[in-house]
Write a protein that binds this ligand. Structure first.
Ligand SMILES: *Cc1c(COP(=O)(O)O)cnc(C)c1O
Length: 234
């Protein structure tokens, strides 16, 4: 398969912007992981991004990810992330298919992942809803501690994830990113979990997220281009 130069260039630009935002924040760029949000992208686009150097890909739906994973089974260094909502009845499939599940948002789901007991253990983030009514997925901040308790000793909770409500500018998202970091800091003190990962920041606001401490940014459009289906656009 020939190199997709346009895609490689967009990936390089995003990596450079991550580096610049990290530098501005006095952080090491290697502490920030880029996950390519590959929903609606065909397997060939993911293969092209892998050939351009990307390794982490985030899918929104288990049923969309499973066939892509099968198509791309020869890419030995690929890591699959689940960044969309997970239904409890798909927990067992998801537990063995993804390196990191970003969207644990209930005790029931944490228990279902724990029951799945894949080897090695599931790694997960708790998705927090900081926007109240305005954001559709995630658990309210006071719901995180019960999930950590349910997960203890059964699944590895590496940190927190959030999707801020849509705003007019990147700066509008900053208070949500700061709040996720502050919530992490207080939960880490109380719970004994390190919660070192903060998954926050997308095409329109990832630099602000990095300034506020993101360790994982999830980027789709800036690398793959605009998505065809508006209904899947977040
Ligand atoms: C689509 C999506 C992204 C990436 O969004 P872009 O605006 O394309 O960068 C990140 N996180 C989640 C959960 C998504 O669904």
């Amino acid at each position: 398969m020939p190199i997709d130069h346009a895609l490689k260039e967009r990936l390089t630009i995003v990596q450079a912007r991550i580096g610049a935002a990290a530098y501005k924040a006095g952080r090491d760029a290697s502490s920030i992981r880029l996950v390519l949000a590959s929903k609606t992208q065909p397997s060939e686009a993911i293969r092209a991004a892998y050939q351009a150097g990307a390794r982490d890909f985030g899918e929104n739906y288990v049923q969309e990810a499973i066939p892509k994973r099968a198509d791309l089974a020869d890419l030995t260094e690929i890591r699959w992330h689940l960044i969309g909502h997970l239904q409890t009845n798909k927990a067992k499939t998801a537990a063995s298919a993804f390196s990191l599940i970003h969207s644990v948002d209930s005790v029931r789901l944490a228990e279902a992942l724990a029951r799945a007991q894949p080897s090695p253990r599931v790694h997960a983030l708790v998705e927090v809803n900081l926007g109240g009514e305005a954001s559709k997925t995630g658990v309210a901040p006071d719901g995180v501690a019960p999930i950590l308790d349910a997960a203890r000793g059964k699944i590895e909770v590496d940190g927190l994830m959030t999707i801020p409500p849509p705003g007019p500018t990147a700066e509008a998202a900053r208070p949500y990113f700061a709040r996720l970091r502050e919530l992490r800091d207080s939960l880490a003190t109380q719970s004994g979990y390190a919660l070192s990962e903060l998954s926050m920041g997308m095409t329109d606001d990832f630099e602000v997220a990095i300034e506020e401490g993101a360790t994982i940014v999830r980027i789709g459009r800036a690398i793959f281009g605009e998505r065809e289906s508006k209904s899947l656009k977040k």
